[in-house]
Write a protein that binds this ligand. Sequence first.
Ligand SMILES: Cc1cc2nc3c(=O)[nH]c(=O)nc-3n(C[C@H](O)[C@H](O)[C@H](O)COP(=O)(O)O)c2cc1C
Length: 161
Amino acid sequence: MALTNSKPKIAIVYASATGHTERLTEMIVDASVSQGLQPEVFPVKEFDLKELLRYDIVVVGTYTWMNGEIPRQLHRLFEAIEQQSGDLVTGVFGTGDRCFATYCGAVDLFRDMLHAKTQLAATLKVEQMPSAEDRLRCDAFMNSVWRKYSQHVENLVAAKP
Ligand SMILES: Cc1cc2nc3c(=O)[nH]c(=O)nc-3n(C[C@H](O)[C@H](O)[C@H](O)COP(=O)(O)O)c2cc1C
């Protein structure tokens, strides 16, 4: 990890089966750019897990599958992030459907792990296809990610002897 006070290296990694989470990812990317960030964006199958260490911030996008589960293609990313040092700043967003018993359960499962193992900044849940109004929520989400990163760098600098 290359935590610096300059522009952080940020990856947005997502899975989407029918397009809702992909659309939400596009909105998250727009919100990142509005924050002055330059994210690298990867469908999870194109993300090389060995590259994880190169990033200061990793934002995960997920839909929810069967009884609140994380989609299979995100399992290896989940396990790889679990092994990271606590300096990685993270966020998780996702889409789901309230007609299921565990609404956006995959976001909750990522949230719990990211909270325990990383510097979790924010979570965001959207029902099915995001609408224009969700743009503001994406802006707030990425603003939280950016503030968490800035605060974490400040804390590290202050802790140096
Ligand atoms: C078989 C199946 C199981 C699902 N299970 C859940 C669930 O447990 N909780 C939930 O919130 N949504 C569930 N969903 C809804 C999807 O997560 C939701 O439609 C999501 O927006 C799909 O995202 P995508 O378009 O990016 O693939 C399920 C959908 C299908 C087809």
